[in-house]
Write a protein that binds this ligand. Structure first.
Ligand SMILES: Nc1ncnc2c1ncn2[C@@H]1O[C@H](COP(=O)(O)OP(=O)(O)OP(=O)(O)O)[C@@H](O)[C@H]1O
Ligand SMILES: O=C(O)C1=C[C@@H](O)[C@@H](O)[C@H](O)C1
Ligand SMILES: [Mg+2]
Length: 171
């Protein structure tokens, strides 16, 4: 099955998986997620990879996962929230149709705040969120072709907004 390729980037919990699956359905294609690819390939959870081997090793695994997914997967692809931190990964994304899903801090705390499975937001999520976004916002905007705000929108509305922004409207 083939389809137009969209690559979703954005912070953890913004809705990359939820919206990515909806987009894939609407475009008649399939969805893939590099976080899930890494977990499957490594046979352990992302939090374990961070603890056992550190973030730099995770970013290498992630770059390999992005390279493989871009080579193999023609549908909708979601990347991990920090994928854009790696210069090699950003290079792989040049020329791709990259969409940055954004949200503000209050929405982020609502969606991710108390989830211990997110190692980068485990303690004081509001402060950590602000710091993460200060470091990352420009990387998301520089990498993406379009930015779609998700605040106050349902996943269906976000999917519509992505297709509108890319001007891939349904017939
Ligand atoms: N537009 C939205 N409005 C409200 N809640 C949403 C919206 N999009 C996603 N959610 C909810 O927010 C949570 C995170 O969504 P999702 O897992 O799709 O995000 P993600 O970007 O894939 O996160 P991750 O960093 O874990 O991969 C889920 O509980 C989901 O149901
Ligand atoms: O924002 C991040 O750096 C991360 C986001 C998740 O998708 C995972 O890729 C991992 O937990 C790191
Ligand atoms: Mg996800």
């Amino acid at each position: 099955m083939t389809g137009p390729r969209i690559v979703l980037v954005g912070p953890m919990g913004v809705g990359k998986t939820t919206v990515g699956e909806l987009l894939a359905e609407r475009l008649g294609t399939t969805f893939r997620d590099t976080d899930a690819d890494i977990v499957a390939a490594e046979g352990r959870e992302i939090a374990e990879i961070f603890v056992d081997d550190g973030e730099p090793h995770f970013r290498e695994l992630e770059r390999q996962a992005v390279r493989a997914a871009l080579a193999e997967h023609p549908g909708v692809l979601a990347l991990g929230g920090g994928a854009v931190l790696d210069a090699g990964t950003r290079e792989l994304l040049a020329e791709q149709t990259v969409v940055y899903l954004s949200m503000d801090v209050e929405e982020a705390v609502k969606r991710t705040g108390l989830n211990a499975a997110r190692p980068l937001l485990a303690v004081n999520p509001r402060k950590q969120w602000r710091e993460l976004m200060e470091a990352r916002r420009h990387l998301y905007t520089d990498t993406a072709r379009v930015v779609v705000a998700t605040d106050g929108r349902t996943p269906e509305e976000v999917a519509d907004a992505v297709l509108d922004a890319l001007e891939w409207k349904e017939a």
